[in-house]
Design a protein around this ligand. Structure first.
Ligand SMILES: Cc1cc2nc3c(=O)[nH]c(=O)nc-3n(C[C@H](O)[C@H](O)[C@H](O)COP(=O)(O)OP(=O)(O)OC[C@H]3O[C@@H](n4cnc5c(N)ncnc54)[C@H](O)[C@@H]3O)c2cc1C
Length: 413
């Protein structure tokens, strides 16, 4: 009898799983359910659309015929509201039940709302879906001034959109540096300067206390905790994600921030798997639970989950995640878990070249490279192979670092 697979979420994790399942099991029944109104698109590129640099068409990855051609049932605009692990069914908002033999939860996250007065006013945007990007583009094109909140990887996309659309902006940050958990002030200053050159002014030790609105409930001003006021008819907020775990309530699927999985992407239920941003997976490299928020990692987890849904234990997830930023004249890459670690080493080489490596128990667990990305392969190799670099931190950040500069490591290569 053919197996029946249900996938919740048609992001890159869910869609990659569907593709792999079809390759592995030509006769299986495969259903993919999404609450979005369109099939898989490239979430990484929606910022280029909002900047006005790309039209809609190249951002779409699959049209509906992709699913038809592979005999995959695609349910758009369908929100799964309940899971019954014992009965092997999921239920959608309209009461439709879907039976499964194996279930994949690839449900990602939803942008966190800022818990301040008037944060739901007209003109205030969060950024996750293609529809969000369309709304942002339409609004920013006619805006006079902007405020962006959220000093991380998505906040900087919003700041870059305001810059590309030539709207003067303030970028309000809580500390003294952009992405202060991964960069020092010296490294972040390279980013700050690039923002200033594009007419976006970083404002430190700031944030939002409340927004002011006009009679039509449209945002006019952001007021920060110091009482400073910033006029803005466009506001972009990216302060993090709430992972979509609410449908797990009432089940005994284990989760905390995300859904717990093993290295085969299986949850504590034999027939339920999870993949992508939603997982707190057993990271074999870190030797601990971890969560990634990156496209490549989500894609790989979808593929690995599918293989293990077909044949549990067949392939483990062992991956160093990467995330690059392409808004500036210099390249930027973060890899692994740059905000973790009990130690770090960093070096600045020029006004646009800087590196920092995060180290835990003597091993590289992540890093940030600005300006010159060429050493990334070496650092990722050391990380993947869990090479002990204790006592050799400074060697790692030599500008032309080579693996055989490292005592003992050369033998392991
Ligand atoms: C603007 C932006 C820029 C980014 N830039 C980069 C980048 O440069 N590099 C990089 O590596 N990563 C980037 N990312 C992050 C990357 O896109 C994500 O890590 C990746 O898309 C996660 O894929 P996923 O499939 O796990 O989750 P998602 O893409 O979030 O997909 C989950 C899907 O599940 C649906 N869903 C959730 N709950 C339910 C439910 N109950 N019922 C039905 N459907 C449900 C959601 O609507 C969504 O469609 C960016 C993200 C954004 C938003």
């Amino acid at each position: 009898m053919s197996q029946s697979y249900v996938i919740v979420g048609d992001g890159i994790a869910g869609a990659s799983a569907a593709e792999t399942l079809r390759e592995e099991e030509p006769d299986a029944d495969i259903t993919i359910i999404t609450d979005e109104g369109e099939p898989l698109y490239n979430r990484i590129l929606i910022k280029e659309f909002a900047k006005g640099k790309l039209p809609e068409a190249p951002i779409s990855i699959h049209d509906e015929s992709w699913y038809d051609d592979r005999d995959v049932d695609l349910e758009l605009n369908t929100l799964v509201t309940d899971i019954d692990p014992e009965g092997h069914t999921v239920t959608a908002h309209d009461g439709t039940e879907y039976d499964y033999d194996k279930l994949l939860l690839a449900i990602g996250g939803t942008p966190t709302q800022l818990p301040v007065e008037n944060s739901d006013a007209e003109g205030i945007h969060h950024f996750w879906t293609f529809q969000d990007a369309r709304d942002i583009k339409e609004h920013i094109e006619g805006a006079d001034n902007s405020v962006v909140i959220g000093a991380g990887l998505l906040g900087i996309d919003l700041a870059a959109i305001t810059a590309a659309q030539e709207v003067e902006g303030k970028y309000l940050m809580r500390g003294k540096a952009w992405w202060r958990y991964a960069l020092s002030e010296e490294g972040a200053e390279i980013i700050h300067e690039a923002l200033r050159e594009r007419n976006v002014e970083p404002v430190f030790d700031s944030g939002v206390d409340h927004f002011e609105v006009d009679d039509d409930d449209r945002v006019t001003t952001a007021v920060d905790p110091n009482g400073d006021r910033y006029d803005a008819d466009f506001v972009g907020i990216a302060i993090g994600l709430n992972f979509n775990t609410e449908i797990l309530g009432g089940t005994d699927i284990e989760y905390d921030n995300g859904i717990y999985t093993d290295e085969f992407m299986r949850t504590n239920h034999e027939d339920i798997f999870a993949a992508g941003d939603i997982t707190e997976f057993h990271d074999l490299i870190l030797g601990d639970r971890a969560q990634n928020g990156a496209w490549g990692s989500a894609k790989e987890q979808g593929t690995i989950a599918a293989k293990n849904m077909v044949d549990y234990g067949s392939e483990e997830f062992r991956w160093v995640s990467s995330y690059s930023i392409t808004h500036f004249d210099f390249p930027f890459l973060s890899f692994g878990h740059p905000t973790l670690g009990d130690d770090h080493v960093e070096a600045k080489y020029s006004d646009t070249e800087w590196r920092r490596l995060a180290i835990k128990d003597g091993k590289i667990v992540g890093g940030v490279l600005i300006g010159d990305l060429s050493p990334q392969t070496k650092y990722k190799k050391l990380m993947r192979e869990q090479v002990d670099v204790s006592g050799q931190k400074e060697v790692l950040v030599k500008q032309d670092f080579q693996l055989d500069d490292l005592e003992g490591a050369a033998a392991e290569q």
